[in-house]
Design a protein around this ligand. Structure first.
Ligand code: TYD
Length: 135
């Protein structure tokens, strides 16, 4: 459910030469990392996502710029505005999500618990709702 979604605060090493953040699977992650991918060059007004995963868990980081992640567990919706490169948004499986309001030159990094498999996607919102409601 949405209660399981939340912000991971990664370490930040503040430095007059420029700041540094990092993540380690065993220290900062609730899952074993199998893949990362990133979304960039998003034209103004475009949305990404619009699906849930059956098993894949993710952490989304706004490495650069800002965007909103809209989460939906089939009952409630919640919007997380990501605008700091040291925040990660944890999303468990079976949460519908889309991303919108990308700023110019924003860079979204996704860290995933599974390798890519189209069969792990649910892209039909009606089917998603039925699954959540046990139909
Ligand atoms: P998709 O996950 O639908 O994009 P969004 O982030 O907007 O939800 O992926 C778009 C396309 O890219 C789709 O055809 C599958 C392909 N793709 C891969 O081949 N490997 C990957 O790791 C990902 C995330 C997507």
């Amino acid at each position: 459910t949405l209660n399981e979604c939340g912000i991971i605060d990664f370490p930040k090493i503040l430095d007059p030469r420029g700041n540094l953040s990092f993540l380690e699977e065993n220290k900062h992650f609730p899952f074993h990392i199998e893949r990362t991918y990133w979304i960039y060059d998003v034209p103004g007004g475009e949305k990404r996502g619009g699906h849930s995963f059956k098993t894949n868990q993710e952490v989304i980081i706004a490495l650069s710029g800002s965007f909103d992640v809209v989460l939906d567990d089939g009952v409630n919706k919640k919007v997380f505005s990501l605008n700091r490169s040291y925040y990660g948004l944890y999303i468990p499986q079976l949460i519908w999500r889309h991303m919108e309001n990308f700023s110019t030159n924003s860079l979204a990094l996704m860290v995933s618990s599974t390798v890519f498999a189209e069969s792990d996607y649910e892209r039909d919102y009606g089917v998603f709702l039925n699954t959540k409601n046990g139909k």
